[in-house]
Design a protein around this ligand. Structure first.
Ligand code: FES
Ligand code: FES
Length: 157
């Protein structure tokens, strides 16, 4: 089937099979390998992307569920001039990754959180991010990065 949707702000079409996941289409058909796949059973959050502004697990979302909708992946966060999004920069500034495999999903989940709640408390951040697993960092730098990103985004408003 042919799939049409807005991908990172651009009208996009892709061929896909009915059973293909959004992660498979993004990575294998469209070459957007920033979205990572690990558990493939909706547990780790590595594959988090935004569909219609809401975070979804691309490993268990069928691609056709995104038809005619807007999809935002990690590749769509940087500015046109290549400068990083405040969330990406905050993760770098706080050393909030080691192997980096969880990082695109963490950043996309953070984007969804801060779009909805620009001033989250620590508890709200922890609650929102509890579906994103990191085996490397111990989470403290990620919490700091999310708070730093929130501050920077709020200052720029
Ligand atoms: S790869 Fe999708 S939740 Fe783990
Ligand atoms: S930085 Fe390695 S899993 Fe999170």
């Amino acid at each position: 089937m042919k799939l049409s949707f807005q991908l990172n702000g651009r009208p996009t079409e892709a061929e896909c099979e009915a059973e293909e996941t959004l992660a498979e289409v993004l990575r294998n058909r469209l070459g957007l390998t920033g979205t990572k796949v690990s558990c493939e059973v909706q547990v780790c959050g590595a594959c988090t992307v935004l569909v219609g502004g809401r975070p979804v697990r691309a490993c268990t979302t069928l691609a056709y569920e995104a038809r005619d909708r807007s999809v935002l992946t990690i590749e769509g966060l940087a500015q046109a001039d290549g400068s990083l999004h405040s969330i990406q920069q905050a993760f770098i500034d706080e050393f909030a990754f080691q192997c980096g495999f969880c990082t695109p999903g963490m950043i996309m989940a953070t984007k969804a959180l801060l779009d909805e709640n620009p001033n989250p408390s620590d508890d709200e951040i922890i609650h929102h991010m509890d579906g994103n697993i990191c085996r490397c960092t111990g989470y403290v730098p990620i919490l700091k990065a999310i708070k730093r990103a929130a501050e920077k985004i709020n200052k720029s408003k």
